[in-house]
Write a protein that binds this ligand. Sequence first.
Ligand code: ADP
Ligand code: MG
Length: 331
Amino acid sequence: MFTRYATIETANNMTAEFDLIAKYFTRPTSQTVLGIGDDAALLEPSAGQQLVVSSDMSVADTHFFADATPHHIGWKSLAVNISDMAAMGAKPKWATLALALPNHDNTWLSEFARGLFECAERFKVDLIGGDTTKGPLNITIQIMGEVPTGQALKRSGAQVGDDIWVSGYLGSAALGLAHLTQTQTIKNEDTLQACLNALHLPQPRSSLGIDLRGIAHSCIDISDGVLADLSHILTASNIGAAIELANIPCLEGLKTQLDKPAYQQAILAGGDDYELCFTAPADKRDAIMALVKQHNIQLTRIGVSNASGKLSVTYNGNALSLTSLGYDHFS
Ligand code: ADP
Ligand code: MG
């Protein structure tokens, strides 16, 4: 409700809240027993599946600029949650939306809902409930999905000798953000557009994650840069790894700038890639290359895991000092 305590305005505010939910957030569902409108939703998990649950909060001026395009905010708030399902090898099915809004702005709400439902329809997710309150702009989505029992992709399954793979291109979103905050200038118009698209409309690797069941030993989605996220796999699996920067896939316009520390940093440690980083044994290379064709997506081997317990990075074969990039805790 807009007011937590009973006031003379409570009845009006409740009407406004119900109207808002009905107008912007109530859509037909396809895999839900009871959706928006009651005190809680009812879900029927499929037989033989485990329920996979995650939530991600998006806060104005922390995760996006408060004046960012509401269509982008709507898409991305759900997309980042779907990315967590992908990382688990789970099929996303249901989401709830907890929304704090500073004011009731119809244009903002309809554009936000448009982005959110574009993403929901693309990935077949039902919006099944939520909460709405007045406050500083905050969008918290909880997502629920399913994975066949015992088949979830975890961070802890990597083994010594596994290949380390990443999907798509890294660093684009971070460079797009750097351009917007004027810490870098991307001169090439096509490169700039691709970087801004990656930042605003990330494409979670949902079907890839699902198809990596039985192939990948471990998996994580890259939200905080490949160094940080690969390190989570290494820590959870109690192993080390060596990766080569020149092997990390990035847009052509970034590849030509790879000698610049700012570009190295964006690719290795920039945020918001929402690609998958996974490990798999060498005998799965053919199966993985088949996924490249099937999903029309880039999958690249960037290194190999080892027993060192540490992550080391080379650039054209020479050790790269992560300390000089400000990431001493990774080495
Ligand atoms: P309650 O007071 O019982 O929490 P609400 O008035 O908050 O109920 O919500 C009424 C219905 O609308 C519930 O089904 C709830 O899940 C749904 N709902 C509320 N806010 C949102 C939202 N932002 N998006 C989707 N569903 C919502
Ligand atoms: Mg409520």
